[in-house]
Design a protein around this ligand. Structure first.
Ligand code: PLP
Ligand code: ZN
Length: 438
């Protein structure tokens, strides 16, 4: 009920369309606002949504945003959707947590976690991009929606399509984690498990998009889809009290999320919602799929595609579409891109759980492990206001962590059985404690 009222209140001020064209990121050529993602008339560069920022500025203020819905749609003026009733399943406005215990462990003083492990409805940041893409798909008249996914996107597309009453057929690599497959099938879409890696799935989907006329959220709808990631940046700025952080650390798969947080911060500056500030952008990859971090560390201006081999499957994209743009953002903001081993990823997941009570998936383990590595290398100043983006939930990737955590003490329903186990537990804890002291 309150949400419905919020939405009505929002719509009266946000009804004017603020996005104006699809524009090539390379040559600037403009296209109409249809389902299109490459600059096919000129240079085959990627298309991005362009806005009339003066119009946005006239429509929004801190106060109108704060009075908006408790979801990504409070930033509707910055999103490429016309309708006043976009698909709102409560996506966004996830917690920004001051991470004091993790900070102390790492030697930092001003650390925050943006926790999209509890995003709605499917517990990953992908709910943001899909809420935007499917809202746009509906207004463009698509009846069937689809995606090429590393796991989380399939969950999100299937769930939100179900809510919106859209037909759904999604594609994943066949070797995904059980939680990702189950977390898709429960919504009863058609699920294609492709015997190949993500990059092969993606190529297949480009062909299907051409022959079937479906709305692929991350192919022909990609310009709209990718704008959804800006809301991570908007929320962080608002949750910090309308201020930008000094440094952000985020995972890189295609590189889109990373570049869109950057775009989001800039849009808030451009429209006068926050003061301008130099924010450093650092990116995280798994060593087993690190084409962007390899290019960064070797000072290259091109990405060499790789074949993924890592437990961090949700960010295992060997040929990242926005890799070059992510490189550019890290370089021009004086940030870094680093990668970590699978063992470090597991340690990162455990470290975050044990210090902050947040159970993230392998992608989040990657990000925490890269944060640690950057701090140890002196690449993050302890005083910098640093925000780490946790993008997915650990319950979806249990097989990666299963053999690296403790086991329960199985006991009889008797007091003496408990006492014996308790003593054993304390001995074990003492040993562990002593080990951490040497
Ligand atoms: C998809 C995904 C990302 C990053 O995606 P980009 O392609 O770089 O936008 C990060 N974390 C998780 C958990 C994901 O599912
Ligand atoms: Zn172009």
């Amino acid at each position: 009920m309150t949400q419905a009222i919020d939405r009505l209140a929002g719509s009266s001020t946000l009804s004017q369309k603020t996005f104006t064209a699809l524009q090539c990121k390379e040559c600037g050529e403009q296209y109409g606002l249809g389902a299109k993602h490459v600059c096919e008339d000129v240079c085959f560069g990627p298309l991005e949504v362009a806005y009339d920022y003066d119009a946005i500025k006239r429509q929004v203020s801190r106060a109108t945003i704060e009075a908006g819905p408790h979801s990504i749609w409070r930033y509707k003026a910055f999103l490429p959707v016309e309708t006043d009733t976009p698909i709102d399943v409560g996506t966004g406005m996830t917690p920004l947590v001051k991470a004091n215990r993790l900070a102390r462990q790492l030697g930092l003083k001003n650390l925050y976690i943006k926790n999209d492990a509890v995003n709605m409805p499917t517990l990953s940041f992908k709910d943001r991009v899909v809420s935007v893409a499917l809202s746009r798909a509906k207004e463009l008249g698509f009846g069937t929606v689809s995606c090429a996914s590393t796991g989380n996107l399939a969950n999100s597309t299937a769930a939100i399509a179900a809510h919106a009453g859209l037909e759904c057929c999604v594609f994943i690599p066949a070797d995904l984690e059980a939680g990702k497959i189950l977390g898709t099938l429960i919504y009863n879409p058609t699920l294609m498990a492709v015997k190949g890696n993500y990059d092969q799935v993606n190529r297949l989907c480009s062909e299907v998009a051409n022959t079937h006329g479906w709305g692929f959220v991350n192919i022909n709808l990609r310009p709209y889809y990718s704008e959804g990631s800006k809301t991570l940046g908007f929320e962080v700025a608002e949750q910090l009290g309308w201020e930008l952080p000094d440094h952000i650390v985020a995972p890189l798969a295609s590189g889109s999320l990373f570049t869109k947080i950057y775009k989001g911060f800039n849009e808030f500056v451009k429209t006068g919602l926050v003061e301008d500030k130099a924010v450093r952008f650092s990116g995280a990859q798994a060593e087993g799929c690190s084409p962007i971090s390899q290019a960064f560390k070797e000072g290259r201006d091109f990405i060499t595609p790789v074949k993924p081999n890592t437990i961090a499957k949700s960010i295992a994209i060997g040929n990242p579409a926005d890799g070059m743009y992510a490189l550019e953002v890290a370089r021009k903001t004086n940030g870094h891109i680093e990668d970590v081993t699978d063992a470090e990823i597991i340690d990162g997941m455990k470290l975050l759980a044990e210090t902050e009570g947040i159970f993230t998936e392998t992608a989040g383990g990657t990000t925490v492990a890269v944060l640690k590595k950057l701090v140890e290398a002196g690449k993050i100043n302890p005083d910098e206001k640093t925000v780490v983006f946790i993008t997915g939930n650990g319950l979806k990737t249990t097989e990666s962590i299963q053999s690296h955590i403790g086991e329960p003490f199985t006991i009889e329903p008797k007091l003496d059985s408990f006492e014996r186990a308790w003593e054993r537990a304390n001995t074990l804890n003492r040993l562990e404690w002593q080990q951490t002291q040497v």
